[in-house]
Design a binder for this molecule. Structure first.
Ligand SMILES: [Mn+2]
Length: 245
């Protein structure tokens, strides 16, 4: 069983979500599944030394799941791109590149967080390039944790303001960017999150049938994509847990 989750945005004011996430990971580990975390699992990751709630609990849950036999992979999102190898050492979770091909039963999937696909949001793409620069990351991580936390909450406030002003269309994925990446990786199904608009979109390009599966956030539908026996199902974490109890 393959499970895909993104945009849980776990933080210290989302205890219910944290518990649901931990229960989900535990259950998937029991089923010996492969879990793909596709970014923005944490509302913000300020560095490996920021181990207050919920980071500590989540890390422990992931470590236990790996020890119980689950294979867990993670692609970072725009909120938790500072997750580093240290995280991998602490948990046993394998960190994947921002674009990751995956073949399941001869089906070619491409996994990504999704922010890379929003090419119409030019100001965001510039910001993305700057903050992901190695030197900028190093500089930020060498600041004291308290200062990093202050900077993070200020940036979050500012982003919320600018997001409110931007049109929906600009912040959604760009069709051409999707087609280009899928053809580059010869993928027939793209799985991503980031936009929080859960759904399965079937379309075609040059006579080829393609699919784009968008994972939802965990404020609304708490979505999980399950791929099992060649079947793709977008369900809620609650449905998964209830169906197994
Ligand atoms: Mn995101």
């Amino acid at each position: 069983m393959y499970a895909f989750i993104s945009d849980t945005h776990l933080s210290d004011n989302s205890k219910e979500k944290v518990e649901l996430f931990i229960a989900t990971v535990k259950l998937l580990a029991k089923k010996q599944g492969a879990i793909y975390l596709l970014g923005d699992i944490f509302d913000f990751w300020a560095g490996g030394d920021d181990l207050k709630y919920p980071q500590k609990d989540v890390l422990l849950a992931l470590k236990n799941a790996v020890e119980a036999g689950a294979k867990i992979f993670l692609i970072t999102g725009n909120r938790d791109f500072l997750i580093s190898n240290e995280f991998s050492i602490q948990t046993g979770v394998q960190i994947l590149p921002e674009l990751c091909p995956l073949t399941i039963n001869d089906n070619k999937y491409l996994l990504t967080h999704g922010d890379l696909l929003c090419t119409k949001d030019v100001s965001y793409q510039i910001f993305r390039k700057i903050v992901r620069n190695f030197f900028v990351k190093w500089l930020f991580l060498s600041l004291p944790l308290k200062l990093r936390s202050t900077l993070v909450s200020q940036t979050k406030k500012r982003t919320r303001k600018s997001v409110n002003k931007k049109e929906m269309d600009i912040m959604d994925v760009d069709r051409q960017a999707v087609l280009d990446l899928m053809s580059e990786y010869k993928a027939t199904c793209l799985i991503h999150g980031h936009t929080h608009h859960a759904g399965i979109h079937n379309f075609s390009d040059r006579n080829q049938k393609l699919t784009r599966i968008v994972l939802g956030d965990w404020d609304g539908c708490c979505s999980i994509l399950i791929i099992e026996e060649n079947r793709e199902q977008l369900i809620t974490a609650h449905t998964l847990i209830n169906s197994s109890s």
